[in-house]
Design a protein around this ligand. Sequence first.
Ligand code: UDP
Length: 327
Amino acid sequence: MAVLVTGGAGFIGSHLVEALLKRGEEVWVIDNLSTGSLQNIQHLFCNPRFHFVEGDILDEQKLDEVMSYCCKVYHLAAAVGVRLVVQDPLRTLEINVRGTENVLRLALRYGCKVLLASTSEVYGKDVHDGQVKFSETDDITLGTALRWGYACSKAIDEYFARAYWRQKGLPVVIARIFNTVGPRQTPVYGMVVPRFVQQALMGEPITVYGDGKQVRSFCWVGDTVRALIGLMETPGLEGEVFNVGNDEPITIEELAYRVKEMTNSNSEIVYVPYEQAYGPDFEDIRYRVPDISKIRQAIGYQPTLDLNGILERVIEYERQRLLVLSR
Ligand code: UDP
């Protein structure tokens, strides 16, 4: 039986598909190519164990067909990127809630095990007022601004998944994915690392939003993928939630200076008010770093690359990409 990756043409999805093919799996991908792209997976079409269906997880018929071939589902398809979510909150809610419900219902029908890709956004506001890592047992605190609709939709996905496990016995594991970076992540949807690297390499201003004192930690996509496969393949984790990320913190301001230095860029570092970046009604999260002790204990997970190692690779990738574009 095959493995399905919903959203497999996306940034994390395409890396996951590569890793699954390397493990010898037969892999199906369903992706509506909204934020994913054929470019991310074009090198996989020559592999006879790789199958691609262009389609939406809201299209029940199409989803039903691909799921009928599979025994495991990595459910990554979702509306992603803060900028996109702020621009189109309605579609975000529809895809994340109805789409996930479709995946879980069909997984039960076909006896599939599910890995639900959730997000660190579900933690919501930084209620600890900085310096405390988010842990799986923390309460969720969402605000009234529309941006929190995304977090709310993914939180509903988690409750749905756990209810399916509790009431129907559907085997499902939940991964709360924190900021992840690596090749193929596009700056178009606002993600900070590819944006800063591209701005630095092109000599454009590096745009730090707000005062730049907000803290994040960035995980190498290869480490994220290893964690997802580990969570799927380790027995006994069903119904559980796990943080997936790297716990090395950095402020966004420091990140801007680090990228500028590592690229030898002449770019100016500028501070852009949140309102200008995202429109009114926006609240950022001041401190977001995962506690990764639970996943470490469950599957022996440990990130392999630190931030400098990650930035070196992303800078090299962007350099090559810009070189090809300039030809
Ligand atoms: N950010 C920034 N400049 C940019 C893009 C993002 O300062 O050009 C900030 C953003 O406001 C947030 C952090 O970088 O505080 C991480 O943003 P991203 O969208 O990558 O992920 P988030 O953690 O917000 O989901």
